[in-house]
Design a protein around this ligand. Sequence first.
Ligand SMILES: [Zn+2]
Length: 342
Amino acid sequence: MKQYIIKRLQSNIKALQRLDKNGKKTGKIRYRKVLHSIPIMQYAITYKVDIANKSAHIQGLGNFKVSGSDQIPDGAEMATANLIERNDDYFLHVVAYMPKPEMVQNKKAVGIDLGIKDQVAFSNGIKVQYAIQFPERAKLLYRAFSKSAYDREKKTRSKRGLKLLKKINKEFAHANNEKKGINNKIAHCIAENYQYVAYQNDSIRSWSKFYGRRVYQTSIGEFRNALKRKVSTPLEIGRFEKTIGVCVNCGASVQLKLSEMTFACPSCGYTSDRDVGAAMVTKTKGLSLWNIGETLAEDHASTSNMMDYLKSIPHVKASIAVEARSSKQAEGVVEAQSVRAG
Ligand SMILES: [Zn+2]
């Protein structure tokens, strides 16, 4: 195991050297008391994971009980690993290779609108809400931490302070893991159901300026990244494309106020939920921008399957936006107009 640490050290120093040569700022090399991660290079020789028995063996250290070994999928080929210490917990990060999965080729398309109040709205009418609260316990811990002794000369915290800091980090790590899990599950669900996924390249960074806490609670940007990775054919449309207040039926465009939750088209009478409407416009624009051509229509069964799956994810609320749009209503408007014209 020592040799891997040395090897990594060497390559780190080489990288630093290269940076230095290129005129980048590099600090002095200092001694380290503690290592927080140890690279483990060879599966079956330096380490082994027994998924079924939830145990791992690491050369020179022995056998360990592990939880979460089921995260390694069946048929994965394990390669290198990293033994990591974080906030007094130990993790074994395993790099595993999977045969490339068959991407869905079902010619189905969906549009997505990302938002603050409802995190995700889909063109099939589903809206998803989720929020992982800021870990309140971290706040209490932080209060205690800020009172802990601090040595100005040595620039060190008291033992108690360091202990509290670890606890705080743990709270945040837990909340972040939960968010990550939710984002991955929703993205996975979409990737399984739709070949084409249209979304807008919104500037999520600018949202955090106005809605910091809300954006924190969801990490909506991470959701978009998970989508890009997972879906068969992502269709991205530009961030300045207008999607809210555009009629998916006739293309008319109005200025919707932030408070207006439904869209009613002044020219053809079509009405829809504000966000679902935006998702539908995103879908239409994405498909035409990328010249996708014919796609398969939405069917009720797969929408309700998707609903069931989304509802099964903890902390996630899914609902079908009331389909305010009734074709009768739209016809009514047309009739009224023609009467007037006559
Ligand atoms: Zn219209």
